[in-house]
Design a protein around this ligand. Structure first.
Ligand SMILES: Nc1ncnc2c1ncn2[C@@H]1O[C@H](COP(=O)(O)OP(=O)(O)OP(=O)(O)O)[C@@H](O)[C@H]1O
Ligand SMILES: [Mg+2]
Length: 257
């Protein structure tokens, strides 16, 4: 089933055309990647899909609904969640609270309920607490629930970001360079985790990543960007053999080979 349709989206910053007529279709329960050299427009594409930046031209639909001009929180409520290239955590809050506050069901929250601490609110709080604890356990972070994010290693903070993105129970997860800064064993664990996210939680995943082993092993389809445009798309085998891809990565050839 088609989950996401990106239809010829473009975005310029002043004179820089960061994304030019980029299109892709993502099915549910599929893992795909967007790769390309630095500055190719990968993060901007995620920003446009998740509503963090507005598109200049083109359309984005999710489960058939036009989300092109929707604000990020509404897109998230429909089922699109993401992580950021640079870790974004609340250092003043515990690991558990970092996960709890990223819950989407806070929408529709009634301030009077909160003031009165009604049974409805207490039930809801308990339910959020249980789901947050479950997400931490899924990512092997449960023993750090009471700690501050700053006391965790870089690799564990990256996992915490993933727990936060999973908390709203998305249908589609956008991961922006999840392997950046991780060591070899952390990258293997991440690959297992992404596979579990797909198989157990039935979440569709789009990964922006420079780590080619991860991309080639996990993804059924790879979209390749260069200077804002899509220059190739196909299976790992097809993309590896594509002359345009090798040219885009010239000087960096061992990365794709
Ligand atoms: N807010 C912005 N203002 C101006 N230019 C921007 C802005 N965001 C991105 N750009 C430019 O748009 C182009 C695409 O940037 P983008 O961050 O999407 O690339 P990327 O493929 O994610 O690169 P990387 O692999 O280095 O993360 C780059 O030339 C970048 O400098
Ligand atoms: Mg980027």
């Amino acid at each position: 089933m088609e989950l996401l349709r990106v239809d010829s989206i473009s975005k310029s910053f002043g004179g820089v055309e960061a994304v030019k007529e980029f299109s892709m279709v993502q099915a549910d329960a599929e893992i795909t990647a967007i790769i390309g050299p630095n500055g190719a427009g990968k993060t901007t594409t995620f920003n446009l899909v998740s509503g963090v930046q507005s598109v200049d031209r083109g359309y984005v639909t999710f489960l058939g609904a036009d989300i092109t001009r929707m604000p990020p929180h509404r897109i998230q409520a429909l089922g699109v969640s993401r992580t950021f290239q640079n870790i974004r955590l609340f250092d003043g809050l515990s690991v558990l609270d970092n996960v709890k506050i990223s819950d989407a069901s806070r929408l529709g929250y009634n301030m009077f309920d909160e003031l009165l601490s009604s049974p409805r609110v207490r039930r809801r709080e308990k339910e959020i607490q249980e789901r947050a604890v479950a997400q931490l356990a899924f990512l092997g972070l449960d023993r750090y629930a009471g700690d501050k994010p700053s006391s965790l290693s870089y690799g564990l903070r990256r996992r915490l970001e993933l727990a936060r993105a999973l908390m709203p129970e998305p249908k589609l997860l956008l991961l922006d360079e999840p392997a950046a800064g991780l060591n070899a064993s952390e990258i293997r664990e991440l690959m297992d985790t992404i596979q579990q996210i797909q198989l157990e939680k039935k979440i569709s995943v789009i990964i922006v990543e420079h780590h080619m082993e991860l991309v080639m092993n996990l993804c059924s389809t790879i979209h390749v960007m260069d200077f804002g445009r899509k220059i190739a798309a196909g299976t790992p085998r097809e993309v590896r053999a594509d002359a345009k891809v090798l040219e885009a990565y010239l000087g960096d050839m061992e990365e794709v080979c």
